[in-house]
Design a binder for this molecule. Structure first.
Ligand code: MN
Length: 200
């Protein structure tokens, strides 16, 4: 099965003023669509790989032929990460995580404010293009990591719970060089119920 670009679960302007409509449109319809298309075009040459889902592919890049491995790492990562990206936002959300995720965040990072500060530091610390993530390892331990380009937590055996895209295409139209301000706005649209389900 070829990979499909998921439809946006809300309108382009639904996350205003925190994420602007023009950025959303280009980010989904051009960037996410581009990763999806290129991933499919790459796998066409080795169509037996379509039997795997994206986490199975990124989780074991060694099984991908060397000639297409870099393309799959980049485009497959881009495809997967943007699926996670759109799904974690809901208009009118934000706030703080409740339940077991809230507790785990407090226990691991010393509180929600400390978690946000550490996450922001990781996101600011990504040099050039990449992502910062709240991830869970196979024993359920939470941590924050930064990754370059579309390198995936899945390749490191980690489950991404929350990600922030710090490629300039994700914020430059509205925030230009002010990555810190973009990160501060990001918290207003996080649907913690979605993030909590990823931790289940
Ligand atoms: Mn992006």
């Amino acid at each position: 099965m070829a990979f499909e670009l998921p439809k946006l679960p809300y309108d382009y302007n639904a996350l205003e003023p925190y994420m602007d409509a023009k950025t959303m449109e280009i980010h989904h319809d051009k960037h996410h669509a581009g990763y999806t298309k290129k991933q499919n075009a790459t796998l066409e040459k080795n169509s037996e790989l379509f039997e795997f889902d994206i986490v199975e592919i990124l989780g074991d890049l060694e099984k991908i032929p060397g000639t297409i491995r870099t393309a799959v790492r980049n485009n497959g990562g881009g495809y997967y990460h943007h699926n996670i990206w759109w799904e974690q936002f809901t208009p009118g959300t934000g706030g703080e995580p409740a339940g077991s995720l809230g507790e785990a965040i407090n226990n691991t990072f010393g509180g929600f404010a400390d978690f946000k500060e550490a996450f922001k530091k990781a996101a600011l610390g990504v040099f050039g293009s990449g992502w910062a993530w709240l991830v869970k390892d196979s024993s359920g331990i939470l941590s924050i990591i930064g990754t370059q380009n579309q390198d995936s937590p899945a390749t490191m055996g980690l489950t991404p719970l929350l990600g922030i895209d710090v490629w300039e295409h994700s914020y430059y139209l509205k925030f230009q060089n002010r990555r810190a301000e973009y990160i501060d706005n990001f918290w207003n649209i996080i649907d913690w119920d979605v993030v909590s389900k990823r931790n289940a």
